[in-house]
Ligand binder design. Structure first.
Ligand SMILES: O=C(O)CCC(=O)C(=O)O
Ligand SMILES: [Fe+2]
Length: 312
């Protein structure tokens, strides 16, 4: 039977009355917002950093392209203020500190910082951070955490790992997270810098055993730089040998798709939990080492690292 030709709009309406936002007619191909993103990356001098991020998995954006020295100073002050408020430690960046500062691989990690000081919010909205995160994770990417690390001389190394915790390998080609670390003090070989294995983000899994150590590079960065790495990059850090503190603020941004549709965690009563074996609480996300506030993550890491097997 001969069909009366419809317009594309008619046939789309007949088969698909509900249209998703962003999938309007004519949306195939580059949308205007993607071209806008390209223009901002170009204007901010970030195109070479995008290429380096794609090829090596890590890029250091120098201070001139990131934030004003005033904002970096506000961040340094804010980190030291939180240290004083939460932990009663009055320190300056020239001090050497004992305890978690030089016994934990990150140094002292302070979590849940966004609302502690407007400087943490202003840095989140920094145009360079926003542009590179949107390029990497899409314009609907979200904040996962804002943490500060305060690291003093003599601590242990942080072993190579990816930041794609809980993600079963092989990871999707579209990385779910990106680490954007603001160096508040210099990073050189003596300063306990981040180390990484260039190109390892292409392997889409955690390193196993001693893999990668023969190919590490150290991050060299001036205070005020934004160090950006792919969530799948193998990275860690070396012990600090120089005097004073290494200060950094770590913004972890993520794609928004892995969330529960119904959030029972806050409302489920102890009585309901007690009626069931522990698996019930686990099904509601109770045992997941995520969703922390200022107490931060449990650092034993036992249930966060998904190994190199696609079956676990
Ligand atoms: O301390 C460092 O240099 C690396 C920290 C790290 O692994 C992270 O922020 O994911
Ligand atoms: Fe990491």
């Amino acid at each position: 039977m001969a069909m009366t030709p419809n317009t594309a709009a008619d046939s789309a309406a007949a088969t698909s009355p509900h249209r998703f936002q962003g999938l309007e007619d004519g949306a195939v191909g580059l949308r205007a917002d993607v071209l806008d993103l390209y223009a901002s990356l170009q204007k901010l001098g970030l195109l070479e950093h995008v290429a380096e991020l794609d090829i090596k998995g890590l890029t250091v954006i120098p201070p001139e392209k990131v934030a004003s020295p005033e904002l970096i100073e506000r961040l340094r002050t804010a980190v030291l203020d939180v240290l004083a408020r939460r932990h009663g430690v009055q320190a300056s960046r020239q001090d050497n500190l004992e305890g978690e500062y030089n016994s934990m691989p990150f140094g002292k990690l302070m979590s849940y910082l966004l609302l502690e000081d407007a400087a943490f919010q202003d840095m989140l909205m920094n145009p360079a951070l926003q542009a590179i995160a949107s390029y990497r994770l899409g314009k609907n990417c979200c904040l996962s955490s804002v943490q500060a690390a305060v690291k003093s001389r003599g601590g242990p190394a942080l072993a190579l790992h990816t930041d794609e915790l809980y993600v079963a390998p092989p990871y999707s080609q579209y990385t779910t997270g990106t680490n954007l670390t603001v160096a508040l003090t210099d990073y050189s070989a003596e300063d306990g810098p981040t180390i990484f294995v260039p190109g390892s983000h292409k392997l889409r899994r955690q390193p196993v055993g001693n893999e990668g150590y023969d190919q590490i590079e150290r991050v060299e960065a001036r205070a005020g730089s934004l160090i950006v790495w792919d969530g799948a990059l193998w990275h860690g850090s070396q012990p600090r040998r120089s005097e004073g503190l290494r200060l950094s603020v770590i913004y972890y941004l993520m794609r928004p798709h892995m969330r529960v549709q119904e959030d029972y965690q806050a409302e489920v009563s102890a009585e309901v939990l007690a009626r069931h074996p522990p698996r019930f609480a686990a099904m509601l996300g109770k045992t997941i080492n995520l969703g922390w506030k200022h107490q931060g993550p449990r650092l034993d890491g036992a249930d966060t690292l998904v190994g190199s097997s696609p079956y676990c």
